[in-house]
Design a protein around this ligand. Structure first.
Ligand SMILES: [Zn+2]
Ligand SMILES: [Zn+2]
Length: 246
């Protein structure tokens, strides 16, 4: 369906069946066509913007740090990705929306979450330079359990909005790792995902600027383990965008 028609349908549907904002404490009707967050809740999410940030992973830092500041974690990890940027802090209500989308089949939140990714990529990265949008893959077993890969859904919509190519299968997960969030300690997390990802067809990424998409960034370890084989396969650079940052 052409975009203007689906927008028109969304507007009509909103008048006929007004939706209530997805933030439970809000209760206001949704005033953004085709979305589930009202404009007030959308604007008051814990946006990560302004102030200083690590030039590599985007972690916010005291603003008196120099412009080309690189944080201790990035100095230690020396990430294979060039930049990682997130839209919002992983705290409520954003964290709850992400969890609902990921674990509770709240797929209707997809475009609201892609709004956050799109705003971040356009503001903090060079969107027209991106050749390929690639999601962090799920292991096929977990994909089967959950029924979908939340990162692939986000990456696909984002690629469409940016007019860039989407490749769901550029990376594969070599084994089914533990949930990073269930492991305590940086060392355990790093070991859990070490070399967990591989590039399917090196030719498809060679010389490309790849945008990796995931829902949440914690230490950056997963994004780094994805970026590593991409760079090894000849990608010219890897950038990362996530909805939230823990
Ligand atoms: Zn609201
Ligand atoms: Zn950093």
């Amino acid at each position: 369906m052409p975009a203007f028609l689906s927008l028109a349908f969304a507007r009509i549907a909103d008048i006929v069946w007004p939706r209530v904002c997805a933030v439970p404490e809000c209760g206001r009707p949704v005033d953004r066509p085709g979305r589930h967050l009202c404009s007030r809740c959308h604007a008051s999410l814990p946006w990560l913007e302004g102030g200083g940030a690590c030039r590599s992973c985007g972690r916010t830092i005291p603003s008196e740090a120099p412009h080309d500041f690189v944080c201790d974690d990035c100095r230690a990890m020396r990430p294979a990705f060039e930049f990682a940027r997130a839209a919002v802090r992983y705290s409520d209500p954003a964290a709850r929306l992400v969890k609902d989308f990921k674990f509770r089949n709240a797929l209707w939140l997809r475009e609201d979450l892609v709004d956050l990714l799109e705003a971040t990529v356009r503001a903090k990265l060079d969107a027209p330079a991106i050749d390929l949008v690639v999601p962090v893959p799920l292991h096929p077993f977990r994909r089967l359990q959950r029924g979908y890969n939340q990162s692939a859904l986000l990456a696909e919509s984002l690629a469409k909005r940016l007019g860039r190519r989407f490749d769901a299968s550029a990376l594969r997960r070599r084994w089914n790792t533990e949930h990073q969030t269930r492991l305590s300690g940086k060392a355990a997390r790093a070991k859990n995902i070490k070399r967990a990802f591989a590039v399917r067809r090196p030719k498809s990424v060679r010389g490309r600027t790849v945008l990796l998409v995931d829902d949440v960034m914690t230490t950056g370890g997963t994004l780094n383990e994805c970026a590593r084989p991409l760079i090894a396969a000849g990608a010219s650079r890897v950038w990362c965008a996530t909805v939230a940052r823990a």
